[in-house]
Design a protein. Structure first.
Length: 272
């Protein structure tokens, strides 16, 4: 048998963690001296210690490690556990990346005095166009992708021809920012005539005059771009006339790199 210090060296697990694993029921010593309290381990426990160390490095919690150890000798069950943890790790990585982008943006604004930065705002007319539209109340703004999924599913076999230009837009019909239950409509310009599906409606959108600003990068900039367009319109004799919408020139459909997104913020306007 090995004293806890010897087992710690061989397993490359600190004594502190070994005690925690004992308390959690993950790796109990084979014997504990009732007089001295010394813990003794067996050489046969080293492979188990190695499994625990590997699973901990993968991010499994103590409770999850306990479950995984029970199915470690069943390849199919073990693979399911690892795939589930892989999916969780991917979500954690994406959330960490989002937080890093927010921090980078905040630091950049601090250094450059973002309050004085200017987006290039201009007024232009977007011509009338035929669109495939999906409009629903969705739980939150970040669930907009659900609407695009509906469009793709219901039109997959319709051989729809893209419009020229092939604009992909999202219209926000609420008159205010909402924490939940937001009224969002996605539109894709198309060429030709097609029958409506259960959720996809085809219609003509009239020409509209908009004040717009285009930015490159993640959607974290949307609030600043909105403020820039609204302020520019007010300063130049324009009044906001209808629901704002975004045009996705380069979107997550085109690239997984948020730094490559190109988005145009559009506000319908009229002269005051």
């Amino acid at each position: 048998m090995l004293k806890i210090g010897e087992f710690s060296k061989l397993s490359r697990i600190s004594i502190r963690l070994l005690r925690q694993y004992d308390e959690a029921g993950l790796l109990a010593p084979v014997r504990t001296d009732s007089f001295t309290g010394y813990r003794y381990y067996s050489e046969a426990q080293l492979p188990i210690a190695g499994r625990i160390r590997s699973l901990k490095e993968m991010g499994f919690t103590h409770a999850a490690i306990s479950e995984v150890l029970r199915c470690y000798d069943e390849p199919a069950a073990l693979e399911r556990c690892l795939m589930l943890r892989r999916a969780e790790a991917r979500e954690e990585a994406e959330e960490a990346a989002r937080r890093l982008r927010l921090l980078d943006t905040a630091i950049e604004r601090l250094r450059k005095d973002e309050a004085k930065m200017k987006y290039d705002v201009s007024v232009k007319t977007i011509p009338a166009r035929t669109v495939a539209s999906v409009r629903q109340i969705i739980p939150s703004y970040d669930r907009e992708g659900d609407l695009w999924s509906i469009y793709c599913q219901e039109t997959a076999r319709m051989n729809i021809q893209d419009g020229d230009p092939a604009l992909c837009t999202a219209v926000y019909h609420d008159g205010e920012y909402r924490e939940s239950d937001v009224d969002v409509e996605i539109q894709k310009s198309v060429t030709g005539c097609y029958p409506d599906t259960e959720h996809v409606k085809f219609r003509t959108v009239p020409a509209v005059e908009v004040a717009s600003a285009t930015f490159r990068g993640s959607y974290d900039q949307i609030t600043a771009a909105n403020e820039a367009v609204a302020a520019w319109a007010a300063d130049n004799g324009w009044a906001l006339a209808d629901s704002a919408f975004f045009i996705y020139h380069v979107s997550p459909h085109d690239t997984r790199n948020p730094d490559e997104f190109v988005t145009e913020v559009c506000y319908p306007v009229k002269r005051k």
